[in-house]
Design a protein around this ligand. Structure first.
Ligand code: CP
Length: 306
């Protein structure tokens, strides 16, 4: 049976910890142990039907560091642009003899549809507004590291606020699934047009007043306002959005000692987060990016294991 990774909501806390412990092992490998290993003689296809910088490149680097090769198919310039279906596309790639497919798809069910069509492992690199499991893992790893919880990956007693465009966010769904399974309290913060009450069914709380929680959280994960997925009237005034939901310098100054600022990227600087906060001493945004390579090494090694 193929070792797929579709979403963190499918995984037990024990499996999440296993992947995070493996991530810690990858992080601790000296450079002399890179460029060979678990992925020797393998080819992984990166099928990216939506744009990406971090996820795509970090999967490429992760595979290379474990001795594997990658090939890349982008939506633009491929036969997807001629209307070929997702199932036919991934089956065609698999028929060329790849060992696994890493897929970014626009449809919520894209990863599951592809996995159902394939015999080889399928790793979800972000599907519509469904899940982005390797992002959820790297966020959990980065928060655990900042809070001194490496090793156990027990996030009990920690509170993470996920702020902004929750309804359109696959990152939010994976963060909620992963962080709550590891014991954290997750508070989703945003206006009704972006953060439906129904999101609480995933195991988080919904809060409308950012200022009421900013002083009590251990981490704030700011989300990009996804303009491409909103009608203008849904977003309303950007000034009003900033006043209530941006992580401004003044708001960040009210965070408790040791609390960290996170953003999965790409960020709308000057909208949901100020430059001085994104680049300030609380920010672990660049560390999240670094953790992304180690997480993807761990996931590739696990999913491609015999
Ligand atoms: N966080 C994230 O998925 O970024 P990319 O779209 O650049 O991969």
């Amino acid at each position: 049976m193929a070792h797929d990774l579709i979403g963190l909501s499918d995984l037990s806390a024990a499996r999440l910890r296993e992947l995070l412990v493996s991530t810690q092992d990858m992080a601790g490998r000296g450079r002399e142990r890179w460029w060979g290993g678990e992925l020797d003689s393998t080819v992984t296809a990166l099928v990216f039907l939506e744009d990406s910088t971090r996820t795509r490149l970090s999967f490429e680097i992760a595979a290379a560091r474990l001795g594997g090769r990658t090939v890349v198919l982008s939506g633009k310039g491929s036969s997807v642009a001629k209307g070929e279906s997702l199932a036919d596309t991934v089956r065609t790639v698999e028929a060329m003899g790849v060992d696994a497919i890493v897929l970014r798809a626009g449809e919520d069910q894209g990863a599951q549809t592809a996995a159902d069509a394939l015999d080889c492992p399928l790793i979800n690199a972000g599907a519509g507004a469904h899940e982005h499991p390797t992002q959820g893992l790297l966020d959990a790893y980065a928060l655990a590291e900042a809070a001194g919880r490496l090793g156990s990956f027990d996030l009990g007693g920690l509170t993470l606020a996920v702020v902004g465009d929750i309804d359109h966010s696959r990152v939010a769904r994976s963060d909620i699934a992963g962080m709550t399974a590891l014991g954290a309290r997750v508070v989703c913060v945003g206006p009704e047009a972006m953060c439906s009450d129904s999101i609480s069914s995933l195991g988080c709380e919904v809060v409308r007043d950012f200022d009421s929680v900013i002083g009590e959280v251990d981490g704030v994960q700011m989300l990009r306002v996804q303009f491409e997925r909103h009608a203008d009237e849904q977003i309303g005034s950007l000034e009003a959005y900033r006043a209530s939901y941006a992580l401004t310098e003044a708001r960040a100054a009210r965070m408790k000692e040791g609390a960290v600022v996170m953003h999965p990227g790409p960020a709308n600087r000057g909208l949901e987060i100020d430059d001085v906060v994104a680049d300030g001493p609380r920010s672990i945004i660049r560390r999240q990016v670094a953790c992304g390579v180690w997480v993807r090494m761990a996931v590739l090694a696990s999913c491609l294991a015999p």
